[in-house]
Ligand binder design. Sequence first.
Ligand code: UDP
Ligand code: MG
Length: 194
Amino acid sequence: MSVPKVVFVLGPPGAGKGTQCQKIVEKYGYVHLSAGDLLREERAKPGSQFGELIENYIREGKIVPVEITCSLLEKAMESSGKEKFLIDGFPRSQNNLDGWNNTVAKRVKLLFVLYFDCPLETCTERCLARGAAGSGRSDDNVESLNKRVQTFLSETDPIIQHYKKLNLVETVDATKPAEQVFQSVSDIFDKIEA
Ligand code: UDP
Ligand code: MG
């Protein structure tokens, strides 16, 4: 078995990470692991030990303790049997980064960090529209969104800066329509796969 390859996908809530990841999966054969989706799945499991804790963190726009998130990510990687992963929405805090570096990081190769750059107002509008259209997410409302944006600025942005210093960040302008954004994304993956 070769070493699993990982691309972290970061950006503010509503930047289009999930949408673009779907397209990357189709074109480049990566496995998409959304940390948020894995947490929501765990929350929904009857009798989950962490269900209530996860719901409280998500509604408050706070970041779930890394032990929970990392173990869900690692289980999903193992059970996929695959070796190219998009890890979407993680690591989004120093605690996430430390937890990852002390565990899974030793067993995988981080290729780069794909960063979707988008003004926060645009992102908030997209999430509110998504909520109004029936996303069913308990955090697509004004109160949760304000908190998510604050968390992005105070906790996630420093992680992006950390990876920028390591020259590991590929930035994409995420304000354009999804198809155009994917053009830029494809340019990056074509370069990596070449
Ligand atoms: N979350 C978390 N740790 C993670 C990823 C997500 O605690 O590694 C929680 C956090 O509360 C976040 C919420 O899940 O606000 C939704 O995350 P998701 O990535 O689904 O939102 P997006 O950024 O895609 O809108
Ligand atoms: Mg998402």
